[in-house]
Design a protein around this ligand. Sequence first.
Ligand SMILES: [Zn+2]
Length: 350
Amino acid sequence: MSKPKSTVLKRFFPILCLIIALTGGTSVYAQYQREGDATIPLEYFYIERQHNGLRTLLSKVYFSFSTGYANTTFRHDLDGFGILQQADAAPLIFDGDNATVRYSNWTNDVTQYNDAVGPGAFSVNSDTAALGFRSNAFGIPLKLTAHIEFDRYRIGGGYSLDYTRVGEFEPTNFGDQVSSYSLERPGRFIKHYFGMIGATVYRYYEYTLVVDANIGGYSLGSDFAANLMNKSVYVNLGASVERQFSEYFRLFIRPSYEVKSYKLSIPETTQTLHHSVNALYVNVGFTWRLPELRRCFLKSCHAQINHAHGNREYRSRRHPIYKKQNPHYGENYPVLIKYKGKNKRKLNPY
Ligand SMILES: [Zn+2]
């Protein structure tokens, strides 16, 4: 049983007067500078909450994983070269100035072809016509990025591994006389490693539009002769629509266009062949970051907001990571039962 309020006050009042008298009346109201100077320090009542520094630091990094569809277009012009087509054989190219120097595999490793050419072969030189080949490659990207965000901007980097099936290379001209050719190994993994910068440009409720650029290097596979290749930096420009589920979890779709190319030196000549390998991507994936606070460990704890047990702060157990929560109160059931299902049509659902 607690004592009536008046009795407590009566007891407390003389003590208060004594304190005022002893301290000279004015200093009792003075602010103390340090917690230790307080007559009754606050830490008697409140435990200072401890924070996990490493976790706070890690929680600043957003990780994204995505997959989807890629369409890569291999394309090259044969300026300075000619095409030689023998019956029932893959086409060859020859040096425009010297038709006896011939090559096969001029897409990836350039093989000299020294066999005799039979009669009746079709040949055309690029000084009389525009020559070239193109091929479409279907691919499935697996992409991983990590970035940090400040204000509306983001910066990071990543890695993408695209399983790609390179189709047949079709002639861009003389399709009736020149046959198509294909790589010895059409299936391959194209690797990308890149830096990334971007910015959020538009927000509509939980949707955001983000434009970003991936800039880096790439590799087309081990059958592309590295010693003959001079690769460009690649640039991938994309716009993604993100759906925010909570501050820790988003889903996104990112269409993008990628520009890249390489020059292949042709041995025994001073010439190079310029191949462009541009690509169109549509990536679908999710972004996740580690919550600053650990999830509450108490199975029976129903707290719906960030809260403390002892000197540690915890995230509510009641909120899955994909649900947004107002930091001041739980938002677990934003739609009331009276607005759900068949209750919507009832005049008096309760
Ligand atoms: Zn709890």
